[in-house]
Design a protein around this ligand. Structure first.
Ligand code: HEC
Length: 181
């Protein structure tokens, strides 16, 4: 007859059972909250309501129609445009790849007129530099998450996952398994 060498649920005190129960309830709530968080942070980025794979791709990898420049001129920087029709000119340029020839021909005149009063390294070094192509290209191409950001997010999550794994694992091994005999 095999002897039981390991502690199981039947061996633990009521206090420890309560602790395990409360832990499972709390982590269950945490899981639900995480799902809602995922939904609210990422849903709709692709322009359609609801969460889709495309939303997650845009968040972490970026997309050509969600560039910082595109978002700025349709949002907080819109009022700086002298002519609203220039918004379409800039968006079209972004969508067609934000190349330098198009910049020289159509985009530089708009930015030089409406934007570089502020977006100029000698005035505001912390703002995107819109005085030349390289600076503009930086905000006109898909960004997505940078490697340092992914590392920062991953290290926090890996620490968290280690704890969750450990405590949920403990609940599993307190169970009695049927060994078939
Ligand atoms: C009056 C000064 C001013 C003018 C003019 C101005 N901006 Fe800005 N811009 C700012 C400031 C200040 C910020 C930072 C806003 C913030 O971070 O909340 C900013 C931020 C931005 C950003 C970065 C947004 C991000 O993702 O962080 C872009 C892109 C941008 N502006 C584009 C433009 C364009 C294009 C124009 C011209 C149509 C323009 N801005 C005109 C002051 C200006």
């Amino acid at each position: 007859m095999a002897t039981e060498h390991f502690r199981r649920f039947k061996d633990i005190s009521v206090s420890e059972r309560i602790l395990n129960t409360v832990f499972l309830l709390t982590i269950g709530l945490g899981y639900l909250a995480a799902l809602f968080n995922l939904y609210y942070t990422h849903q709709g980025l692709d322009g359609k309501a609801g969460l889709s794979i495309e939303d997650v791709v845009i968040s972490y990898h970026g997309s050509n129609d969600r560039t910082r420049l595109g978002t700025a001129i349709t949002g907080i920087m819109k009022s700086n445009l002298k002519y609203l029709s220039d918004q379409d000119v800039i968006l079209e340029w972004i969508n067609s790849g934000a190349e330098e020839p198009g910049y020289n021909e159509k985009i530089a005149p708009i930015l030089n007129r409406d934007c570089i009063i502020c977006h100029n390294p000698s005035v505001n070094p912390s703002l995107p530099d819109l005085t030349h192509y390289a600076g503009v290209a930086e905000v006109a191409h898909a960004g997505g998450a940078t490697i340092p950001r992914l590392v920062r997010i991953s290290h926090i999550h890996l620490f968290g996952i280690a704890f969750i794994l450990f405590f949920i694992g403990k609940n599993f091994y307190l169970m009695r398994y049927s060994s078939g005999g």
